[in-house]
Design a binder for this molecule. Structure first.
Ligand code: ZN
Length: 95
């Protein structure tokens, strides 16, 4: 993927640290969707379902950290902004 690197001051190739893990972690957020209709059962079941729900929610932090980690420049390793970011305009020369 092509991104603008502020340190190299040019468009460079960039990549995520764990591209495969990142793809799998996106599915993690949808693991709970099939269980939404069973929320009353999960809420009333304190031995199996509630501990499993807590276990699932405790994985949310690491999953979010993988998804939110920025891509880095392949040249210098600096974090690069998301696509669509444009470098700030150069300051106007003094009159
Ligand atoms: Zn760079």
């Amino acid at each position: 993927m092509r991104r603008h690197c502020q340190r190299c001051e040019t468009e460079v190739s960039a990549s995520y640290e764990h591209p495969t893990l990142r793809r799998w972690v996106k599915g993690y957020f949808f693991l709970g969707v099939p269980f939404i209709p069973f929320i009353p059962i999960i809420g009333s079941e304190f031995v199996v379902m509630l501990p499993l729900t807590m276990l699932y929610l405790s994985g949310m932090g690491p999953a979010l950290s993988v998804i939110r980690a920025p891509a880095s420049c392949d040249e210098c390793g600096a974090d690069v902004e998301k696509a669509g970011w444009t470098p700030p305009a150069a300051p106007a020369p003094p009159a």
